[in-house]
Write a protein that binds this ligand. Structure first.
Ligand SMILES: [Zn+2]
Ligand SMILES: [Zn+2]
Length: 389
């Protein structure tokens, strides 16, 4: 049976510079890199930020010695969108074949992206010579407004409003449409209208949400980025089904991104905050979102009574008593009769584990929902949470 699903994976979601701060590990610190696999298996990469390294390692693992072919769409030449290139292992394997697409920069001229490769690996910036990159590399110049097709996936590009230029990409696969529009500042009428056309009716619209609406109006005006509010406005007007907040500011902690997502969800139904490891599947008339399972840690099986408060998928507040049977230092798996919303917060009031003598010792924890699966009993949901500070 043919596969009718396209799969979009987020390997890097952070803007401007990679981060390794504890305060933002949950959404992730790698710079932009997305992988889109069309229903027929054709592989696309959107941007080559530091997330590209982990994607390369994953491909090496699953493909083994089989040749890899992929189409790589680059939005622009700012560091955060190209710095993963020298660390993409499949580029050093002769039988692999990569097709690159990007625009001609007025600062670089002909073969802009090819020049970026050469400059990145020139002495004294990188220890290995470009000649070590033995994979076949083909470079195609595209400009705003172009349309082309790659094995049944139609691609449209549009210029965005960003210093030194940036391209937005619309990829129409047979299973659904993904629009990738990062590094864009709203406010130029012609380009705003162009973005609306690019995003029209998309199943997934990934938009720059680096700043708060207040920052965008004041201190960060003219820096080339957008806000969740501007993204919501485009999503509404363009009739988008799912909005993904992307290109998180390096100084935005997880708590800050949680807050931006909460604000956006008050104004638009289907909003997600891009998170490293997040996978969105586009099937017939449906988009499914999966987050990476909680990190493993010291695991404690037990029987801890807990009271859980949160919001359901429909946005209703709920409260229920449950028993936690599987607990790690980072998170827990709990079974609930309610189905909380993915990427929402739960308050967990739990008996302190391991101390039965102190009957009134209670632990108040804040959990963040990363996984939802059917529970062991009918109408139950197994909810994976990670604890946040
Ligand atoms: Zn950027
Ligand atoms: Zn940029």
């Amino acid at each position: 049976m043919p596969n009718h699903v396209a799969k979009l994976s987020f390997w890097g979601v952070r803007g401007s510079t990679p981060t390794v701060d504890r305060a933002n590990w949950r959404y992730g610190g790698n710079t932009p890199c997305l992988e889109l696999v069309a229903p027929d298996g054709t592989q696309f990469i959107l941007d080559c930020g530091t997330g590209l390294r982990a994607l390369g390692n994953r491909w090496t693992e699953i493909h083994g010695t089989k040749a890899i072919e992929a189409h790589i769409c680059v939005t622009h030449y700012h560091w955060d969108h190209i710095q993963g290139i020298p660390f993409f292992a499949p580029l050093y394997v002769p039988q692999n074949h990569f097709h690159f697409y990007s625009f001609r920069s007025e600062f670089l001229g002909r073969d802009s992206l090819k020049q970026v490769f050469e400059a990145q690996m020139a002495h004294p910036y990188f220890p290995v010579d470009l000649s070590a990159m033995s994979a076949v590399r083909q470079f195609s110049e595209v400009s705003g407004g172009d349309r082309f097709e790659i094995r049944g996936t139609r691609i449209t590009t549009r210029l965005l409003n960003h210093p030194q230029g940036c391209l937005g990409y619309r990829l129409e696969t047979p299973a659904g449409t993904v629009v990738y529009a990062t590094d864009n500042e709203p406010g130029v009428r012609k380009l705003d209208a162009s973005l609306l056309e690019l995003a029209a009716g998309a199943d997934i619209f990934i938009n720059d949400a680096q700043y708060t609406p207040e920052q965008l109006a004041t201190t960060r005006k003219g820096w080339g980025h957008s806000s969740w509010l501007a993204g919501v406005q485009v999503a509404r007007e363009a009739g988008v089904r799912n909005l993904v907040l992307f290109h998180h500011d390096p100084d935005s902690s997880d708590r800050i991104v949680d807050g931006l997502l909460r604000d956006a969800r008050e104004k638009f139904e289907n909003v997600w905050a891009a998170s490293e490891g997040m996978v969105m599947s586009l099937g017939e008339k449906r988009v499914e979102v999966l987050l990476p399972a909680e990190p493993s840690g010291l695991r404690q099986e037990g029987h801890f009574r807990a009271r859980v408060e949160g919001y359901t998928e429909e946005g209703r507040a709920f409260q229920e008593e449950t028993v936690i049977r599987d607990l790690t230092l980072q998170g827990a798996l709990i079974y609930l009769n309610h189905s909380p919303r993915l990427q929402s917060e739960l308050q967990v009031l739990m008996e302190a584990p391991g101390d039965e003598s102190r009957s009134n010792s209670r632990l108040r924890l804040r959990g963040y929902v990363v996984r939802l699966e059917p529970g062991p009993q009918k109408d139950q949901t197994a909810v994976g949470i990670v604890f946040t500070e």
